[in-house]
Design a protein around this ligand. Sequence first.
Ligand code: ADP
Ligand code: ASP
Ligand code: MG
Length: 416
Amino acid sequence: MALIVQKYGGTSVGSTERIKNVARRVAHFAKQGHRLVVVVSAMSGETNRLLALAKELSASPNPRELDVVAATGEQVTIGLLAIALEAIGLRARSYTGGQVRVLTDDAYTKARILEIDQAAMRRDLDAGTVVVVAGFQGVDAAGNITTLGRGGSDTSAVALAAALAADECQIYTDVDGVYTTDPRIVPEARRLDRVTFEEMLEMASLGSKVLQIRSVEFAGKYKVKLRVLSSFEEPEASGPGTLITYEEDEDMEQAIISGIAFQRDEAKITLMGVEDRPGIAAAILGTVAAANIDVDMIVQNIGASGMTDFSFTVNRNEYAKALEALKAANGKAFVARDIVGDNRIAKVSVVGIGMKSHVGIASRMFRALADENINIQMISTSEIKISVVIDEKYLELAVRVLHRAFELEKAAGEVA
Ligand code: ADP
Ligand code: ASP
Ligand code: MG
């Protein structure tokens, strides 16, 4: 008998029929004697709909109120799932984030979980009740509703699993595991039986939206046993999904490259003709940080005559804000001859722990892109990933070409 946290994403609870399916799956596990905490997302499309309503009323809605609106999506699905569970004879009880007391900081729209009160959940679990918790939401110390950022129900689930010391955290979604790349883009993409925590962290942070990055960070920190599975299979005949592993398994046939991640919503900003002197990067990036904008890749070219061009990428949503802040600071915090940008770029990354011990990955990647005439605008690397920025219009082609170049459609043992 185990304590299992299961999370069902938007598509998995997208209709009452789907919610009935989830209830049947939960019942299947409950009948085996497991104790269950079930975290649900809003019905698919609902969070987008809610945020769009707010945007109809204001170009920049107050983030506190935005969270009040966005959090309602999950309140609907917890109630519906609890009703569906009771309708098939299980005892169930729904909780909003505030009712559990998922305590977060007050960074509305991207709050971080600080603490989770287990008392009420424990009482229910001990009484044989299925606990249904709203994902994506919490409450700050003053009692305000907060949300955890898009895709945040994954993080809710992993955080609950960590707090309750659950035996496993199962993320049920519309694909049957983590693939070598998004199967919607590359139909030959292959499900991975296992992926290391380090690789999953890179893939999530580089754009694979199958798991929210914070959920992976949480799982790593608290060593939560994390598995990604499909909610669309019959519970009795479910596949094994993908297990996130925390140590490299010696016996495992390890592919050099595990996956390809990509991110569409990127933008690039270049400050041309800035002085090449100590402190210039701090002055430029300090301006961006002061506007509360995250910077991703950074490239500085050594220019002639003491001048340099300084480029970096930001999320496309923050592009206009970043440009505005930099233009306002030009001539004060730093001096740039010109500030230009491009918000039609994308980032493609190859990820693999095998890169640590193999050379030639970068050249293979760049050759494959060159053969398709895809120009590389920026490059960044870490021990286990190589990322490039390219024109957005070549994104899907680049992903397919790289998937083929690294023979990711074949299992590790098959690769020549
Ligand atoms: P949920 O609503 O269940 O949270 P998401 O839409 O957030 O589901 O995440 C699942 C989707 O992630 C899949 O439908 C798939 O298109 C996409 N995805 C992107 N990269 C990958 C990958 N490497 N493996 C599996 N799915 C991926
Ligand atoms: N409903 C939220 C979203 O769409 C959280 C989630 O689904 O994980 O981002
Ligand atoms: Mg998701």
